[in-house]
Ligand binder design. Structure first.
Ligand SMILES: Nc1ncnc2c1ncn2[C@@H]1O[C@H](COP(=O)(O)OP(=O)(O)O)[C@@H](O)[C@H]1O
Ligand SMILES: [Mg+2]
Length: 203
């Protein structure tokens, strides 16, 4: 279980606290959906959990051990909203290798197959892929790091209906193998899943 206890986050750049007294549990076999209107702190919560920013108060525990910000950075794979806007690699292969000391080809093909890109030409420019393939690639880039926790911020934002269903299917499949946290402003699309919903309220 991943546990958040009394998380309070008030960066000095914000007039008001962004997150107040957040306590929640994430189970391995049950994705956590973080929902709430725009501006309620969903992305900030992802940033705190994944150790990209520091909470001012509160504790995060992974399997009953306190995990530091640095440990959480290591453990978490974050796919931000519109990840395809941040591709900087010249090719799909280059994009997958960014930040990796070495990338065994078996791991590369295992991950690409897992996200449904097993037949892709890895010498292709990422921007030449379809919208759905780009989302899959962004997920693959995180899976290469073998994260214990996968966090997805608005994973279906901006996708056509048909592609959205494909991506949801992939996410559901991946949630069987990872702790998963999904941010969405449309929790209805996960209503048939076995999930926990945590709704952030406007302040
Ligand atoms: N580092 C920061 N400094 C100041 N304000 C911030 C900072 N990060 C987020 N905010 C503000 O906090 C609120 C919540 O932001 P965010 O976490 O992006 O919400 P959401 O993802 O739910 O739309 C917004 O009003 C945003 O402008
Ligand atoms: Mg957001």
């Amino acid at each position: 279980m991943l546990k958040l206890r009394n998380i309070y986050y008030h960066p000095s750049t914000s007039e008001k606290p962004i997150l107040k007294c957040i306590s929640l549990d994430v189970k391995r076999d049950q994705p956590l959906i973080i929902s709430g209107a725009s501006g309620t702190g969903k992305t900030s919560l992802v940033e705190v959990i994944s150790g990209l920013v520091s909470q001012n108060k509160g504790t995060i525990l992974y399997e009953d051990q306190i995990v530091t910000k640095r440990q959480r950075r290591e453990m978490c794979g974050v796919v931000f909203q519109f990840p395809e806007r941040h591709f900087i690699g010249m090719t799909v292969a280059h994009e997958l290798r960014l930040g990796q000391r070495r990338l065994p080809s078996e791991l590369q093909s295992e991950v690409l197959t897992k996200v449904g890109l097993g037949l892709i030409d890895i010498s292709e420019f990422p921007e030449r892929l379809s919208g759905g393939q780009q989302r899959r690639l962004a997920i693959a880039i995180q899976l290469i790091r073998r994260p214990k926790i996968l966090l997805l911020d608005e994973p279906t934002a901006g996708l056509d209906w048909s592609i959205r269903d494909e991506i949801l299917k992939l996410i559901k499949h991946l949630s069987k193998e990872n702790y998963m946290i999904i941010v969405t402003h449309e929790p209805e699309i996960f209503s048939s899943w076995n999930i926990t919903n945590y709704q952030l309220e406007a302040k």
